[in-house]
Design a protein around this ligand. Structure first.
Ligand SMILES: [Zn+2]
Length: 428
């Protein structure tokens, strides 16, 4: 009884958005109870990350009428999470975040089903991600965002006029916070800029090789990092000598690297904005954010929406890097080419074609299963299609920093597409 009352009052608020027409609605919006039922029945949303933002997102989405949610996170709960990752309790420390978060929201919000995935985002097959209507990101790393962005953009196909094909668009909503600042943005691949189009928004990540710090320092930053990383014991002794308490490694990290604590209210505000955008994308009940909201609560409160533009040459959300090959090229030769290609420089590549694994570097069991393909012609492995999209994952290095990445390639086999000699001669 209490349950059905709670459901009724919950859908009452949602109904105000979904059952009535309005002036600010999206172009395809059709108000009515069917819309609410469809949202509950068919909309499938993946939340990436079950930390500060993820806990908020799951709760917000569940309370916004979404019923089919999944969450993926590789971390276990730590004591230091408990001040803001409010779904977790002291007895949960050490347990997987995704599993506990899913369980807690399902206990509190009746009717919602949340499937947890306790693993790395790279461990899932690409098709796993294709199963969702919307992907919502509650992450704290650029690498992870970049990866999911490439996965979602990888599904995008262009028609012959280079227009994105509607049914292949996988929208994402991305939230991020740093102390009292945060952002919420929507990424509609092929329509709005993707994460990679605006990667310049993030300051470069500075990391120094240890040998440079120890042997051949060249900059002031190298000296500071040397004291921080290598002379740590001596630094601690100095504090002891002068009787100064509190010189801990984490405080040093905070001072040197300007690490900012996560703030619960910022997470709540950013997640709310992201959940609302997700609801808008799923139902069309209002026009979506266009396309990047920044929030700053450092002094007072300031929010602003900026419309960023797509990078037309983007390697990730564009039509794909064109690679021309002879039909004789084997899969092994192709993988070698990826390593030398100036735009790719991709090592240890795994290759898939329309969800079928042609070669996988890992796990060992898949490597063994696909190894025999290496000597076969790529043209045959791609079902003799003269021109098609294939996906490759691998590692690429920037300086000393290796990141895993996914790239979409347009493979064209020379001498097959277009008019052949046989056609000219009127042959079969
Ligand atoms: Zn892009």
């Amino acid at each position: 009884m209490a349950d059905s009352m709670a459901q009724l009052s919950r859908s009452r608020d949602l109904d105000k958005l979904l059952l009535r027409p309005g002036h600010l609605v999206g172009p395809t919006f059709e108000p009515g109870p069917d819309l609410r039922d469809d949202l509950q029945q068919y909309a499938r949303v993946l939340v990436v990350g079950a930390g500060g933002l993820g806990c908020e997102l799951l709760k917000d989405l569940a309370l916004s009428g979404f019923r089919n949610l999944e969450v993926i996170d590789m971390d276990r709960i730590e004591v230091s999470n408990l001040n803001r990752q409010f779904l977790f309790r002291l007895e949960d420390v050490g347990k997987p975040k995704a599993e506990v978060a899913a369980k807690r929201v399902m206990e509190r919000v009746s009717g919602v089903n949340i499937v947890p995935h306790f693993c790395r985002i790279e461990d899932k097959e690409l098709e796993f991600y294709n199963d969702f209507n919307i992907i919502v990101l509650g992450l704290d790393s650029i690498e992870a965002r970049s990866y999911i962005n490439a996965v979602a953009c990888g599904f995008l196909e262009y028609d012959s006029d280079d227009k994105p094909r509607e049914e292949t668009i996988k929208p994402m909503v991305d939230g991020g916070t740093e102390g009292f600042k945060g952002h919420a943005r929507i990424i509609v691949p092929g329509v709005t800029p993707c994460f990679e189009c605006t990667i310049w928004l993030f300051p470069p990540q500075v990391k120094f090789p240890l040998c440079t710090l120890a042997e051949t320092p060249r900059t002031a930053a190298h000296c500071i990092e040397y004291a921080h990383l290598i002379k740590w014991d001596e630094a601690v002794k100095r504090a002891e000598l002068f009787g100064i308490p509190g010189v801990t490694y984490s405080l040093t990290q905070g001072v040197v690297k300007n690490i900012i604590p996560a703030i619960a209210s910022t997470n709540a505000i950013i997640s709310a904005a992201c959940a609302l955008e997700t609801l808008k994308i799923a139902t069309g009940c209002s026009k979506t954010l266009s396309n990047y909201l920044t929030y700053n609560g450092v002094e007072g409160l300031h929010t602003k929406v900026t419309e960023f533009l797509k990078d037309k040459d983007c390697l990730v959300c564009g039509p794909g890097i064109l690679i021309e090959l002879d039909t004789s090229v084997t899969l092994q030769k192709f993988i070698d080419l990826l390593e030398e290609h100036p735009k790719l420089l991709l090592s240890r590549a795994s290759v898939s074609h329309h969800g079928k694994n042609l070669y996988m570097q890992a796990p060992p069991v898949l490597e063994e299963m696909t190894r025999s393909n290496l000597n076969l012609r790529l043209f045959d492995l791609m079902d003799k299609i003269p021109k098609d999209i294939i996906h490759v994952t691998g590692t690429t290095s920037k300086g000393d920093h290796k990141t895993s990445c996914l790239r979409k390639l347009r493979v064209v086999f020379k001498g097959i597409d277009g008019v052949t000699d046989m056609d000219m001669a009127g042959g079969a």
